[in-house]
Design a protein around this ligand. Structure first.
Ligand SMILES: NC(=O)CC[C@H](N)C(=O)O
Length: 194
């Protein structure tokens, strides 16, 4: 893989500019992706937070759902934050009637899991190679259970909040909001290695 990968940020909803900034800081070229032709141009994709039900409907309306799913199946690296984590989960709990995900990560994610207890909070996490990351959770999901091939990267208390399976990365929290680009750098490294 090239040392300066081009990474798309799905721009249907969410903190597109903030993700792009952290990707650029991590040595990638970042582009907004709204259409299938734009998806074709990128080496990897970030799926921001927002509302997974809305994002799913927008992805279908913009004819992006199937193309993204196909790229993910074909091995494109992808990173989903919060609602993006829900989008990358094979199975979800607490979704709305008929809610579909792109899938790819062999796990069950519970929507609004922390949200029922407290709407938003911050928590200092350790991830592999990253000590003391201030993670911001906003109506966040947690990972209920993972398959054998999924690596748990971080927990908040006893809840799983960051995972990786091959080229796919997901976090319950929003690293783009802190201006600390270390999680994005971790993803860019993953993209470079694959
Ligand atoms: N900050 C977020 O992305 C929240 C996720 C949202 N609760 C959902 O279900 O999609």
């Amino acid at each position: 893989m090239v040392s300066t990968p081009t990474i798309g940020v799905l721009a249907l909803q969410g903190d597109v500019r903030e993700h792009a900034r952290s990707l650029v800081e991590s040595g990638a070229v970042a582009v907004a992706v709204r259409r299938p032709e734009e998806l074709d141009q990128v080496d990897a994709l970030v799926i921001p937070g927002g509302e997974s039900t809305t994002m799913w409907k927008l992805a279908v309306a913009f004819e992006m759902f199937d193309p993204i799913q196909q790229r993910v199946k074909a091995g494109m690296p992808a990173y989903g934050s919060c609602a993006g984590m829900i989008m990358l989960a094979d199975r979800i709990e607490g979704g709305i009637e008929g809610q579909q995900t792109l899938g790819g990560l062999d796990m069950v994610v519970r929507r609004n899991a922390f949200g029922r207890q407290v709407d938003s909070f911050e928590y200092d996490l350790d991830l592999p190679g990253i000590q003391g990351f201030r993670a911001i959770f906003i109506r966040a999901p947690w990972v209920e259970s993972v398959g054998n091939d999924v690596e748990v990267l971080a927990r908040a208390g006893d809840r799983i909040v960051a995972v990786r399976q091959g080229p796919l990365l997901a976090t319950s929290f929003h690293p783009e909001l802190t201006g600390d680009a270390r999680v994005h750098s971790y993803f860019v490294e993953m993209v470079r290695e694959l």
